[in-house]
Ligand binder design. Structure first.
Ligand code: GLU
Length: 466
């Protein structure tokens, strides 16, 4: 049997972290078993869903590195198929048309509110055998009324519920659109899904769905319901992948690693590459208890992932962040070198970009505190002289930069910092940067000289004012 799982999001316009984890668990399960991971878009609610929202799903899955197999299934393109299945079930007496109006149903529910089955349809149309010309109607499933519905959940264990507590749920609405409950079974059967892994908010739905499989004479897939992620509040921003990705400067592997471990454990291991996750992931290792979302842990895991990710891969993720800050950066050896240096210092991708900005952009202003502390009457000369030394040198490497520095500080008997800090202010705008040699090298010779001369001028101007 080939393992086939699916991820079936509704296009809401953003990817909730809980949904992202459902996608990840399914993908890991498929890859672990050498099976297939199918993507289905549950887009039957035409009034709510837009193509931009569908694109968010594609973009987020691609960013997370969760590639899907085969074509994407769109429920909105399968309406005729749902109707055919509904007709078949009606013909076999396993479903029926119901003409009860919303108002009638609400009145009945209110009257029954103190009885045990007040939430269930009272069965008014169940045995009326209404035909297609009965007027505006829904199609309901004829739920067996006796016995116990049960299944063994791969995560939650044995689960059961009395059929008497299950509703004759609606399969097709008055407007002809299928409900989630109905379409999900028709599609999972069509896609030959072997395992359904999803959030535990769907546990109750599973009884309805298994009853439908039985009515269709089909074997239900195995189910595994993952626990909830608690503590994701709107107050902190949107609980979406897009929000955390941007606000926390996440590497996809940082997010994947964190959300995989949130609800699944593998001994005390914390940091996993994607290959390690695929190898280790076991659905029976998913916790039953809900997990608490912990921002600090997410930040920590992301940082660990940044440290072990190759500069080449980091480049793919920082280039768009540079672009969003208006700076065009190209992939290549230079950027890789820069990233190798910066990833040791930075906690996330945003910091890498922010702290690397000086390489591509001259400072627009100088930090007041840094200037006050490090500029004096000699600064103009010092910076100009250093610029002269760089200009005179015919090579551009660590040795030539070091020689230029020494040629300025040694005759004056200055400590390195007395020159390095003014240089940092000139090149970065603030007296903070990586090692002075690297800072100079990354800015490049001509640009370095330009910035040194500009800062020398500035130093002169503030001296004149003083
Ligand atoms: N569209 C449903 C959801 O996003 C799918 C649930 C399922 O996997 O069956 O919750």
């Amino acid at each position: 049997m080939t393992v086939r799982v699916r991820f079936a999001p509704s296009p809401t316009g953003f990817m909730h972290l809980g949904n992202a984890r459902t996608a990840l668990f399914n993908w890991l399960f498929a890859r672990h078993h050498g099976g297939e991971f199918v993507l289905r878009i549950e887009d039957t609610d035409r009034t709510r869903h837009t193509e931009a929202a569908v694109q968010v799903i594609y973009d987020t899955l691609k960013w997370m590195g969760l590639d899907w197999d085969g074509p994407v299934l769109r429920q909105s393109e399968r309406i005729d198929i749902y109707h055919q299945v509904a007709e078949k079930l009606i013909a076999e007496g396993k479903a029926y048309r119901c003409v009860c109006t919303k108002e009638e149903l609400e009145a009945k529910k209110a009257a029954m509110k103190d009885t045990a089955h007040h939430a269930c349809y009272d069965g008014t149309c169940r045995d009326k055998n209404l035909g297609p010309d009965c007027g505006p109607h829904v199609v309901r499933f004829r739920m067996p009324k006796e016995g116990v519905s049960m299944f063994d959940d791969m995560v939650q264990g044995h689960i059961e519920k009395n059929y008497a507590d299950l509703d004759d749920f609606i399969m097709v609405r008055t407007d002809g659109m299928p409900t989630y409950q109905f379409a999900v079974v028709v599609d999972d059967l069509a896609l030959k899904i072997t395992h359904v892994i999803r959030g535990c908010d769907h546990i109750d739905n599973t009884h309805d769905q298994i009853a439908l499989y039985k009515a269709l004479g089909a074997e239900p897939p195995k189910f595994g319901h993952a626990p909830r992620i608690l503590g994701l509040s709107k107050r902190k921003g949107s609980p979406s992948v897009e929000y955390y990705r941007e606000a926390f400067g996440l590497l996809p592997q940082g997010l994947n690693n964190y959300i995989a471990r949130l609800g699944w454990s593998h001994g005390d291991d914390e940091i996993f590459t994607m290959d390690e996750l695929v190898k280790a992931f076991d659905i029976t290792g998913v916790n039953q208890a809900n997990g608490n979302f912990d921002e600090d842990k997410l930040k920590w895991v992301n940082e660990q992932q940044i440290h072990i990710t190759s500069a080449d891969v980091l480049a793919d993720h920082v280039i768009p962040i540079f672009a969003s800050r208006g700076v065009n950066v190209e992939k290549g050896e230079f950027l890789n070198k820069l990233l190798e240096m910066m990833r040791e210092r930075a906690h996330n991708l945003n910091e890498i970009v922010d702290q690397s900005m000086f390489v591509f952009k001259a400072p627009e202003s100088y930090d007041e505190k840094s200037v006050k502390k490090n500029f004096n009457a000699d600064t103009e000369n010092l910076l100009n002289e250093f610029a002269d030394k760089l200009e005179a040198s015919s090579t551009w490497d660590n040795d030539s930069i070091d020689k230029a520095i020494k040629d300025v500080i040694e005759p004056r008997e200055l400590k390195l910092g007395k020159l390095a800090q003014p240089i940092r202010i000139a090149l970065v705008g603030i007296a903070q940067s990586p090692g002075i040699h690297e800072t100079i090298w990354f800015v490049g010779k001509d640009e370095c000289i330009r910035r040194l001369r500009a800062a020398a001028k500035y130093a002169a101007s503030i001296q004149a004012q003083a």
